[in-house]
Structures are given as structure tokens and as C-alpha cells.
Design a protein around this ligand. Structure first.
Ligand code: GFB
Length: 318
């Protein structure tokens, strides 16, 4: 058990959707939350990260800073997704070791698993097959992050752990149609179509791929649970344990938003991996399960969209 009470906890990436949710969740832990804006700290500069860590001396770190985006952004900017993520995670993990951080939780993504992994995907499927090409750059960076945590644990005895969240959504998401994930894109498309009195919305691909969704507040709760109770080599899946086709998700979003027009498909856009439902067994066995049902979660994400709560484009983990 690692108690957070009285500790200094750095949430790296606090302006992103996940980092912001972790900050909200930590409010009940009795700890001091440290944050640094991009203007205060450039995470891609190793000397700056080390100097900030030496000065602020966090006891624990949630590594939620990342360059993130949806399928098209991943496919279009391979250098950014690989380099930015590699460099910032390496800088933070190395600096955390140098200043003696007691506990660090690194955030990855379900795209680390092979494209055709057996479903539901258990943690040991890592590195057993080839990756989905649209996001292999991001996946390779995230796999390197898992390995960095394991290596510092093995060589230096550091308590650095990793969690792999599924597709996340919720308040403070990125609603930019070119760079966003599917959930915020569908919310925006349905909202704009309804407002314009349009007769149809366009979804990318065939609508047949299946995705698992978890509300970001459930994710933050799971991450705090892991920070407090988990200390081992293997990464841990963080998901809802249920998936849905993109077409059914589109229908659900349209229902929540109140758009009743047609759904049409843009087949020039990629489908990506056909399915990536993660096994939730390991985290469930540690006494954690999600609380927010998909429909309620979509409603809360739509309310946040209406309130204009958008995340900074390239921060937060997924
Ligand atoms: O959420 P998404 O962009 O990412 O797309 P991935 C999920 C599915 O939704 C794909 C379809 O099959 C898309 O073709 N889709 C339909 C749409 N309409 C839209 C739309 O308007 N916008 C978007 N974005 N998708 C990402 C990875 O994969 O998931 C990242 O690229 C990361 O690396 C993240 O792992 C969690 O689930 O395919």
C-alpha cells in the first residue's frame, strides 16, 4: 500500500483530458498536487525536466503527458508521435530516478497490443505479433515507456509501474475533427449537423470496427487505485471490459445529442484495428471496477462540449 496522504504528487500533462481528471480525483487524497504548464517546463528538454524535478522534488509522479490523437493524426504525423512521446517519457522517467521519486505511474494505450491479438487482450499479449500500422509509431513509444519502467525497476529497484488505458473519452476532450478520437468527433459532428438542420453525418470507415470506451473519471480513479495498491513489473489494462461497433456508437451519440438524420460512411478513411477489447480481469482482481455507464458518460462528454471545455491538442494520454 502506497499512501498518497501528505505526499507531493506531480501530474505531468495536467492540461490534457487524463491529467486533468487525475488532478480532480487527487483532490480527495490529502496530497499536494504539483503541475507545470508548457511555458514553465518543456518536457522535451532533459536539462529542464531534471532542473524542475530537483527544485520541486515530487514524491510520486503520474506520467500522463503525451502527444495523443485519433487514427488520422497518428497516421499523418508518425515522427511527432514517435519522437515526442519517446523523448518526454524518457526525460521524466530518468529524472524521476535521479531525484529518487518513490513511485511513478506511466500511462500507455491499448494500441501497444498486436493488431490481431486474441480477444479480450490479456497483458501477456504484448510483443507477440505485429502492430496496427496506423498507430505503430505511438505504440512503439508507449512500449518503450513500459520497458523503461521495467528496466529502472530491475536495475535500480525503482517502484515505477505502467497502466494501459483503453480508448478514453469525457470532459475536456479534443473536439478538433482532424486530430480527435472517434467519440469527440461524433459528438461534434452530430451537434453541428443538428444545429445546421443537416440531413446526414459522415463517419469514417465502415463502422464495423469495435472499440472499448472508458470514461476518463473512471480511468483516473483506476490510476489512483493502482498508484496506491500495485507494485509489479507487468503493465495493467485499464478498461470497461465491453466494446461496441463504431456504427452502434454513432447511433448512441446521435440519440444523446438529439440528431435524427442519416449516417453515411467515408470509406476513404481508415478503419484501423478491427477490434481491441482488453481483458479487465487483472484490474478487477485488484478490487477495481468502472462506475460510469457508456450512455451516461456520453451525456457528460456532450455537456462538457456544450460548456466549451476543450483540452490542449497534444497533451494527455490515451
Ligand atoms: O478513435 P480513433 O481515431 O482511434 O478511431 P483508434 C476509432 C475508429 O472510429 C476507427 C472510426 O475505425 C475510425 O475510422 N471513426 C469513424 C472515426 N468516424 C470517425 C471520426 O470522425 N473521427 C475519428 N477519429 N475516427 C487510436 C490510435 O486508434 O486510439 C491511438 O490511433 C490511440 O494511437 C487511441 O491508441 C486510443 O482507436 O483507431
Amino acid at each position: 500500500m502506497y499512501a498518497l496522504t501528505g505526499k507531493k504528487v506531480w501530474v505531468a500533462g495536467h492540461r490534457g483530458m487524463v491529467g486533468a481528471a487525475i488532478v480532480r480525483r487527487l483532490a480527495i487524497e490529502g496530497c499536494t498536487v504539483l503541475t507545470a504548464t508548457r511555458a514553465e517546463l518543456d518536457l522535451t528538454r532533459q536539462d529542464a525536466v531534471e532542473a524542475w524535478m530537483q527544485k520541486n522534488r515530487p514524491d510520486a509522479v503520474f506520467l500522463a503527458a503525451a502527444k495523443v490523437g485519433g487514427i488520422l493524426a497518428n497516421d499523418t504525423y508518425p515522427a511527432d508521435f514517435l519522437y515526442d512521446n519517446l523523448i518526454l517519457e524518457a526525460n521524466i522517467i530518468q529524472a524521476a530516478h535521479k531525484v529518487g521519486v518513490e513511485k511513478l505511474l506511466f500511462l500507455g494505450s491499448s494500441c501497444i497490443y498486436p493488431k490481431f491479438a486474441d480477444q479480450p487482450i490479456t497483458e501477456d499479449a504484448l510483443l507477440t505479433g505485429s502492430l496496427e500500422p496506423t498507430n505503430e509509431w505511438y505504440a512503439i513509444a508507449k512500449i518503450a515507456g513500459i520497458k523503461l519502467c521495467q528496466a529502472f525497476r530491475r536495475q535500480h529497484g525503482r517502484d515505477f509501474i505502467s497502466a494501459m488505458p483503453t480508448n478514453l473519452y469525457g470532459p475536456g476532450d479534443n473536439f478538433d475533427l482532424k486530430s480527435s478520437h472517434v467519440m469527440p468527433a461524433l459528438i461534434r459532428k452530430a451537434h453541428d449537423a443538428k444545429a445546421a438542420g443537416a440531413s446526414e453525418i459522415t463517419v469514417w470507415g465502415t463502422g464495423t470496427p469495435r472499440r472499448e470506451f472508458l470514461h476518463v473519471d473512471d480511468c483516473a480513479d483506476a490510476l489512483v487505485h493502482l498508484m496506491k495498491t500495485y507494485s509489479d513489473d507487468s503493465h495493467v489494462n485499464v478498461g470497461s471490459g465491453e466494446d461496441i461497433t463504431i456504427l452502434d456508437l454513432t447511433k448512441l451519440v446521435c440519440e444523446v445529442v438529439g440528431f435524427t438524420g442519416k449516417i453515411v460512411h467515408d470509406l476513404s478513411k481508415p478503419d484501423g484495428t478491427p477490434r481491441k477489447l482488453m481483458s479487465a480481469a487483472k484490474l478487477r482482481s485488484m478490487g477495481w471496477s468502472p462506475k460510469i455507464a457508456l450512455k451516461d458518460g456520453v451525456a457528460s462528454a456532450y455537456a462538457s462540449f456544450l460548456a466549451g471545455e476543450f483540452a490542449e491538442r497534444s497533451q494527455g494520454a490515451a
